[in-house]
Design a protein around this ligand. Structure first.
Ligand code: MN
Length: 299
């Protein structure tokens, strides 16, 4: 099933536009992966200026293909993220952060992913980690970097990234003309996001910026680079996330009332999500809630 992106302008100072493949009208989540934004490549490398904003109930995973972004947050982190590294922020019961791309690179190109936290840990204290030594895998001529979990059949190449449900995330680089079989865990559902290049997944041409989805029970998929340049695919998978969630703005909760409460806390500058100092200044207030009851939905 093809998941096509929506084009969304982020509420940043520069109005950067992203291609969002999750949530999607056809599929809300893939495992605990709840949100997939793809932006760039752009030569406007100073284009990402996202002032302080909060998150709850999720982890943000930032993965760069090109460029450099500075992350700062309310637990004292100040960290650059560069290609090949994973910047993972676990919001738990509440964190605020800002993101500032650096003009010192030729191009900016990244995905930002959200991971829903299971109910048992979603109120945990916030954490941040930077993974710089991620395992590499080879599948025929394809070279991969595993940033979350492990590829099926390659348990020795497991990322140490701290996650709370069974899942996988990897970047696959496919040389021109190369095709290989990717083994999949049949307990997982999966998505293949084509980030760069011309790629066939299971015999179907998947347009750049789109994602091909596979249900649990799929044991392998052939991917092929049909172009004349190296292609890059992001593989995301996980056990179907069974808990209904309410995802609104930057929050993942379980009920409408929880969303109302956390929105009020942020907009009233409640001390439960403290401030911090960065080069951007200011903060992004939560928008008005829609005039309806937000319902927890299955995924
Ligand atoms: Mn954020």
């Amino acid at each position: 099933m093809l998941l096509e992106p929506r084009f969304v302008k982020l509420s940043t100072r520069t109005g950067i536009e992203v291609r969002r493949t999750l949530p999607n009208a056809k599929k809300r989540m893939i495992g605990a992966w709840a949100f997939v934004d793809h932006f760039g490549p752009t030569t406007q490398t100073d284009g990402m200026v996202v002032a302080a904003h909060p998150h709850t109930g999720l982890q943000t995973a930032t993965w760069l293909f090109e460029g450099r972004i500075e992350h700062r947050d309310s637990i004292g982190t100040a960290q650059f993220v560069e290609p090949g590294q994973l910047n993972l922020m676990t919001a738990g019961r509440g964190i605020a952060h800002s993101e500032l791309s650096q003009a010192d690179s030729a191009s900016l190109h990244a995905v930002q992913l959200w991971i829903a936290l299971p109910d048992s840990v979603r109120k945990m204290a916030p954490e941040f980690e930077q993974q710089t030594d991620l395992p590499r895998v080879s599948i025929g001529g394809i070279s991969g970097t595993v940033f979350v979990g492990a590829m099926h059949g390659q348990p020795e190449a497991r990322a140490q990234t701290k996650i709370y449900s069974p899942m996988v995330g990897a970047e696959l680089r496919i040389p021109a003309g190369e095709f290989d079989v990717i083994e999949l865990d049949p307990k997982f559902e999966h998505g293949f996001l084509v980030a760069i290049g011309s790629v066939q997944v299971a015999g179907l041409e998947v347009p750049m910026n789109s994602m091909e989805y596979f249900e649990p029970g799929t044991t392998s998929v052939t991917i092929k680079n049909t172009g004349d340049e190296e292609a890059t695919v992001i593989l995301l998978g996980g056990e179907p996330f069974e808990e209904p969630i309410v995802m609104w703005w930057n929050f993942i909760e379980r009920t409408h009332d929880e969303i109302v409460a956390v929105r009020e806390k942020w907009n009233n500058r409640d001390a439960s999500i403290p401030g911090f100092v960065d080069h951007i200044g200011g903060w992004i207030p939560a928008p008005e809630l829609p005039n309806l009851i937000l319902r927890a939905r299955n995924n």
